[in-house]
Design a protein around this ligand. Structure first.
Ligand code: CA
Length: 644
């Protein structure tokens, strides 16, 4: 009893009628001001005294009432929140989360009607809505969310346009696979439908804002960001045409119920690259059924395409993964026709004898697009899915890659969740392609591995233009897509050509050291690299050796230098081993003296670098007294520095 009373002392609860309420980050750098203006809730965000989000709207319009106006602010309560969690599959294996929380309670007839909860940590602001039952009314449809983000005048944008529904390959869009526009003025609206999360903005100098959302599951829809006017952007729901037009674009909730979190990461680029906000705000939804094995693998499809998904070629890739000391092989579409279930069981047995696990490709359909690839009709129905997964478990399959999802409506978000939780029952890990952005899923679903939701390596095979811009795109992802969730890019090839004979096909423009650097730069706990068996003999031995050893799970990340689309240098640590990696997309050679305080003076360092012709080599240097090293990265080249 006594303990309960003393806990209450820490709750600074008071009521305020019209006053501005504030909540600051633990270090005081971020201040969020929450006000109720004529019955309408509003907020603003400042970082170190500089306005990052000007007064912006809050509230929901539902089919049981309008929660954007005529609200009476009943109480404003602040708490301190702390959490300590370990996640082996994100950018940082252990997180000590500290934040200040503010809960604003509103009445409007009902007592209470709605809470808006803010969380403010040293890098991030997040908020969400909780609605309460209204008399006997215990469910609602959220028709509109008015939350918006008024960025300062002069803000420039780094955004990925949302594609219209039922377009692109086999009418599979939107699937978060469009090209970013960089450094554009605010005020545009992509291709007319806004932008996919996360959305990066530069407000001035080294002041940035990354807007996204987290905690989205089958209880809501996946949202996007739509330009309202000037530099003001608002939350948008899915488009009516998504999922073949079936299902509402609006979410339904049981009451009391909460929306996902809207997240705003602010500050210098280091804050953007190092944020853990997608994971800080969510909880594990079920226990892992077993300890999942992360690691590296190969996949034939990226070089050999559909014809390569046959028994003999997959056996060759299993031998290749085994020779590399890798943990898995991903077998892509049409394996059911070109290998068959019986011989797949044989292949899986062969793989396991070699210490290699198999990931198998599936079509998510269903009836939401025309993607013809098989196996199809296995993942969209609980009974058939669970039968299929039982067959996988009986035959020692390690995981699935499910492709061609149908957008962000609530039934589709529920399908992701159902596939994940069923897969856990059968000890299977999940990779999603042709899909939405993961929103905290690494923590929510312990068998979730990674999603595509990016213009991934397949485009390097499909078109020379993607190869020509590979480095530019590579310099975007660590700041935007990959900073909020594991990214299944499928890159790091050492082939010269994206063709089975390595003599024809699209031409790789990037260097071998670039391939090594992106193996570290692009984060996912399971990586299926685009290397091919021929690389054992036709690629430099030092590069092959590096790819054998490179980790896929990390204890820590530190941003060192860079600019979205131009270049990036960052450091990742696993145990006592650091990997400092950089890539450059700018025409001129990048020359930077960087300080590496993680290495003591005299530490022996392995430096992989390129000459001006992009020919790579490795040398050993000793860390100097100033703990500095000068790196030189030509366009399309890379650098990797590790301690031995
Ligand atoms: Ca794709």
């Amino acid at each position: 009893m006594k303990r309960g009373i003393s806990f209450c002392v820490f709750l600074l609860a008071f009521t305020a009628m019209m006053a501005d309420n504030q909540v600051a980050s633990p270090d005081g750098n971020i201040v969020v001001t929450i006000s109720t203006d004529n019955g309408s809730p509003r907020y603003s965000v400042a970082y170190k005294g500089q306005e990052m989000i000007a007064s912006s709207a809050l509230g929901l319009v539902t089919n049981i009432g309008d929660y954007t106006m005529a609200l009476v602010e009943k109480s404003f309560e602040t708490n301190t929140v702390s959490d300590s969690y370990s996640l082996p599959n994100i950018k940082q294996s252990h997180v000590d989360y500290k934040a200040n929380e503010a809960i604003v309670r509103y009445e409007r007839g009902e007592k209470p009607a709605m809470d808006i909860t803010f969380r403010v940590s040293n890098r991030d602001v997040a908020f969400r809505y909780t609605l309460y039952p209204r008399g006997e009314t215990r469910v609602c449809v959220v028709e509109r969310e008015v939350s918006n983000f008024a960025l300062p005048d002069g803000t420039t944008t780094f955004l990925c346009p949302q594609s219209k529904p039922m377009g692109g390959f086999a009418r599979t869009s939107p699937s978060y696979e469009t090209s970013y526009t960089l450094d554009e003025p605010a005020g545009r609206n992509g291709w007319g439908e806004g932008y996919t999360f996360p959305c990066l903005f530069r407000t001035s100098g080294d002041s940035w804002v990354l807007i996204s959302e987290t905690g989205t599951d089958g209880g809501y829809v996946g949202c996007r960001l739509v330009n309202q006017k000037g530099s003001t952007y608002a939350i948008g729901f899915p488009q009516a045409g998504e999922m073949n037009g079936v299902g509402a674009p609006t979410p339904a909730m049981a009451l009391p119920g909460s929306t996902p979190w809207r997240t705003i990461t602010v500050g210098p680029l280091a804050n953007i690259v190092e944020t853990t906000v997608p994971f800080d705000l969510v909880e594990q939804k079920y226990k892992p059924s077993q300890e999942y094995i992360y690691g590296k693998g190969s996949w034939s499809w990226i070089i050999g395409m559909d014809p390569s998904c046959n028994f003999d070629e997959q056996k060759r890739y299993i031998d290749f993964s085994a020779a590399m000391g890798w943990q898995s092989v991903l077998i892509d579409a049409f394996w059911d026709q070109q290998i068959g279930y019986e011989r797949m069981a044989e292949l899986s047995r062969y793989a396991r004898e070699k210490g290699v696990g198999l990931f198998l490709w599936y079509n998510s359909n269903g009836s939401w697009n025309d993607a013809p690839q098989t196996p199809i009709g296995k993942m969209n129905n609980a009974r058939i899915r669970r039968e299929e997964m039982k067959w996988m478990k009986d035959n020692g399959i390690r995981g699935i890659k499910v492709d061609f999802f149908g957008g962000d409506k609530q039934p589709m978000m529920q399908l992701y969740e159902d596939i994940l939780s069923d897969a856990n029952d059968f000890g299977l890990m999940c990779i999603f392609h042709g899909c939405t952005l993961p929103r905290g899923w690494e923590r929510m679903y312990p068998n979730y591995v990674a999603s595509e939701a990016v213009l991934a390596s397949e485009n390097l095979h499909f078109g020379q233009g993607s190869c020509d811009f590979e480095a530019r795109n590579g310099c975007i992802h660590p700041f935007i897509r990959n900073t909020v969730g594991s990214m299944d890019f499928g890159g790091s090839t050492l082939n010269k050509f994206y063709g089975a004979d390595n003599k024809r096909g699209t031409v790789r423009r990037t260097s071998d050291v670039y391939a090594l650097a992106t193996a570290v730069l692009f984060q996912s706990a399971v990586q299926h690299f685009a290397m091919a068996p021929n690389n054992m003999t036709d690629a430099p031995a030092w590069a092959v050796e590096f790819m054998k050893q490179v980790p896929t799970t990390w204890d820590e990340v530190r941003f060192i230098d860079g600019y979205p689309g131009k270049y990036i240098i960052l450091a990742r640590r696993t145990g006592s081993k650091w990997f400092i990696v950089g890539i450059n997309a700018e025409e001129q050679i990048l020359k930077k003296t960087i300080t590496l305080p993680m290495f003591e003076k005299g530490t022996s360092l392995c430096v992989y670098s390129d000459d001006a012709q992009l020919t790579g080599s490795v040398k050993t240097v000793s860390q100097n007294k100033k703990q500095q090293i000068t790196v030189t990265i030509p366009c399309n080249g890379g650098v990797v520095i590790t301690n031995e």
